[in-house]
Design a protein around this ligand. Sequence first.
Ligand SMILES: *Cc1c(COP(=O)(O)O)cnc(C)c1O
Length: 481
Amino acid sequence: MDADNLQLASSLVSASYVSQGGAALAARRRLIKGLLSNRRLPQTGWDEATIEMLLQDAALMDSNTFPGQVGLGEREGRVACPLVQRMHGRLAHGIGRSGDIAAEQPKAAGSSMLAKLAAHLAGDALSIAGLSGMALPLVLPSATGMALTLVISSTSSVAPPALPRYVVWSRIDQKTCLKAITAANLVPVVIELQRRADELVTDVAGIRAAVERLGPANVAAVVTTTSCFAPRASDDIITIAKLCSQLGVPHVINNAYGVQARSLTAAVTAACRRGRVDALVQSTDKNFMVPVGGSLVAAPAGKGRDWLVQAVAKGYPGRASMTAHLDLLVTLLHWGAAGWMRVLQQREELYGYLSVKLTQAAEQLGERVLATPGNPISLGLTLDGHKRADVTFFGAMLWARNVSGTRVLTSGKQQTVGGITFADYGCHISGYPHPYLTAAAALGTTNEDVDAFVVRLVRAYQELQGKWRRAAAGAALGATA
Ligand SMILES: *Cc1c(COP(=O)(O)O)cnc(C)c1O
């Protein structure tokens, strides 16, 4: 309803009532105006009706919804099934064009506008989370691993004729991380971690030695990781950033779910200020509670510093789905700055809560929580009271009791990933001295989740121990008989 139509409506319905209704419409339009002019998260979250108004307006600005439009091309945003049409709010053109994934789509002014807004709000959300001084991030319609592949393979977009072949990679036992390198057709050079008491930390000297041995010109990138399963700590990204600056090699940070932890965003920001960071990749589902499918590729602001982000955008072959943008945009509008700060704050508090509860459970069971101060999200609990064969079974017991997301690890599992064979895969290192269980204080987890988990954990532990004791007693009886 614009002013003209409201005027006409006043001849049907009392002018004072229409004027009230018109004021309500104008209030929502003002929110949209504020968004378009500030390109920042609104302070408080929007109600769904206002979000729908924005989405509907955008969808009706795309050619597939124009009244009387006749499409003679092969890409006209046609959607056969009405349910699919509704699921996507009539937005069907996606994003980008063959030249650049961040470019405008001529047939879709509305979709292009939403995609740009998503990037701006994502940038604002990263900044609120503590990643300050960043250039506009690129929202990619792929999860973290594939985004890392695109980033790593784009390092050669400006390389000299002899392309660098190697990626120096600080070990993390999550298959995606290694496959992201091999999928880019590059050769991973694994730098093993070092164990410092319970915690696994970056071998900085090992990374330097590898880059020097290979020759900096042959190294496409050094890849480090922040968020990970305990007992691995975040890589020492500040020191590695300084090292990469010194040696003149690109530095890519896998910050998969690091946006949600203050200490990690502070470390990334410091690494960008004090050294070389060419790109950092983060998951949208893990950090923003949206369905899987998107990632944010960011880089520090400053002349030429986001070259790799630009290379990924420009190198992207073809158009792409805009679902990741849409999910992120709608979620950020739903939260607003205040809501986003609240979920971040709740997560920080949840880490403390999980830590306390897990420590209490450990005391009860005669185990202990691994000391991993360099990991602000994941915690490890020793499982020394079980035999090795039992430990793996313990993981299955928890799963059967509807506990998901925990991992039970013990040494001895050989596995080949990306053509490289690891002796004790899963533990991030060979010969870790304890079997252990990990649990994460991840964004969206509640105190109730932690309470229920700890009860089931203790019960399952005691059940398994009881079984084991009975079996041992039985064996002893058998021996004396
Ligand atoms: C989740 C995760 C990945 C893989 O991410 P996808 O989103 O599944 O591609 C890679 N690295 C780390 C550290 C992760 O946590």
